[in-house]
Design a protein around this ligand. Structure first.
Ligand SMILES: Nc1ncnc2c1ncn2[C@@H]1O[C@H](COP(=O)(O)OP(=O)(O)OP(=O)(O)O)[C@@H](O)[C@H]1O
Ligand SMILES: [Mg+2]
Length: 156
């Protein structure tokens, strides 16, 4: 399976990266974000939101689990850190099968409810302030997004 790596040297670079990626997403996109505390999952989501034309401020939804924003596509920002049961019924399925874009921080905690096809992104702390982002598309549509995105936005 192909995966793609992007090294971000600052919060701004992470933000700019996801903002640009937003232009390649389709209705019903599901993105999972995994990474330690402070790895940049919410920073990534903020950039994505801006790229979707969302003007409202995106905050970490820790206490609400799911937050919804209006943009070119709707954004469903989920942080499932506090979900205690992998199969807790919070209506995830409806979001994942909607026309919006779902972004799930700590997605492995609801592994059993995730759709088969999605874009999995791991964020790792690297040296200094850097972060390493590893994107793994699962399914043809997601492979295509990544192919086109990295073709049009080559990483040096
Ligand atoms: N290259 C980078 N990319 C993203 N964030 C960075 C980077 N370098 C430093 N940071 C800082 O790391 C922090 C990332 O916080 P953020 O809330 O995005 O992480 P998170 O993964 O969502 O954390 P949590 O698990 O608590 O939800 C911010 O304070 C940001 O300024
Ligand atoms: Mg966060």
């Amino acid at each position: 399976m192909t995966s793609y790596t992007f090294i971000s040297k600052s919060p701004n670079e992470t933000h700019a990266f996801s903002k640009r990626l937003a232009g390649y997403l389709f209705p019903g996109t599901v993105i999972t974000l995994e990474g330690d505390l402070g790895a940049g999952k919410t920073t990534f989501t903020k950039g994505l939101a801006e790229g979707l034309g969302i003007t409202r401020t995106v905050n970490s939804p820790t206490f609400t689990i799911i937050k919804e924003y209006e943009g070119r596509l709707k954004l469903y920002h989920m942080d499932v850190y506090r979900v205690e049961d992998e199969f807790e019924e919070l209506g995830f399925d409806e979001y994942f099968s909607s026309d919006g874009v779902s972004v799930v921080e700590w997605a492995h905690l609801i592994e059993g409810q995730l759709p088969d096809q999605r874009l999995d992104i791991q964020l790792y702390h690297a040296e200094n302030q850097a972060r390493r982002l590893e994107l793994k598309p699962v399914g043809r549509k997601y492979e295509q997004i990544c192919e086109v995105f990295f073709h049009e936005n080559p990483i040096d």
